[in-house]
Design a protein around this ligand. Structure first.
Ligand SMILES: [Mg+2]
Length: 179
């Protein structure tokens, strides 16, 4: 079962599987990053070394980064933002597209060159769809979720059951001229 507008552009197990060089080759210049369970396990503020390393690698490849989070803890967000050297949009209210748009406006990068990486279909996936940008869906870093997210995870799992992991579909689309 797949719903229109809710099928991610790409699905990977973790951010570290996203190849910054590949994103650049596809014409992207800005990567918007969800924070909780994408960059840091929910309830923590310090990103793992592989996430920090990924951000450095992405910047070396010429990508700009910004965190876009629904989290309301400004202090925790600032800590992650500093650790990743990436600006942050707080109170993003995904799936509404305004926070994502704010991050694109702040970076001065149009939506055609922007991609979002997140772990939740109903906030990140739907938000990206509303903002008209592609989304790369990662597996959540931890099983800790807010209670309403926990309610949605089984629905999400059902919708994602037939979506394969990996870049094969993306490469295929590129080969056929679509993004
Ligand atoms: Mg998240």
């Amino acid at each position: 079962m797949r719903l229109p507008g809710l099928t991610p552009w790409c699905r990977v197990h973790a951010l570290s599987e996203v190849d910054p060089a590949e994103l650049r080759a596809l014409g992207f210049r800005l990567v918007l990053l969800d924070r909780d369970n994408t960059c840091v396990p929910r309830g923590e503020s310090d990103p793992a070394p592989d996430v920090v390393a990924w951000c450095e690698r992405a910047r070396e490849r010429g990508l700009r980064l910004a965190l876009v989070s629904n989290n309301w803890s400004v202090r925790a967000l600032r800590q992650t933002s500093e650790a990743l050297s990436a600006p942050v949009v707080t109170f993003a209210m995904k799936p509404l597209p305004f926070g994502l748009q704010r991050a694109m406006d702040a970076a001065g990068v149009p939506k055609e060159q922007t991609v979002l990486v997140g772990d939740q279909l109903f906030t990140d996936g739907l938000g990206a769809s509303m903002a008209k940008i592609p989304v790369i869906l990662v597996d959540p870093q931890s099983t800790k979720d807010l209670f309403y997210t926990r309610l949605l995870r089984p629905v999400e799992a059902r919708l994602m059951a037939s979506v394969p992991y990996g870049w094969a579909r993306v490469r295929d689309e590129r080969a056929h001229g679509a993004r």
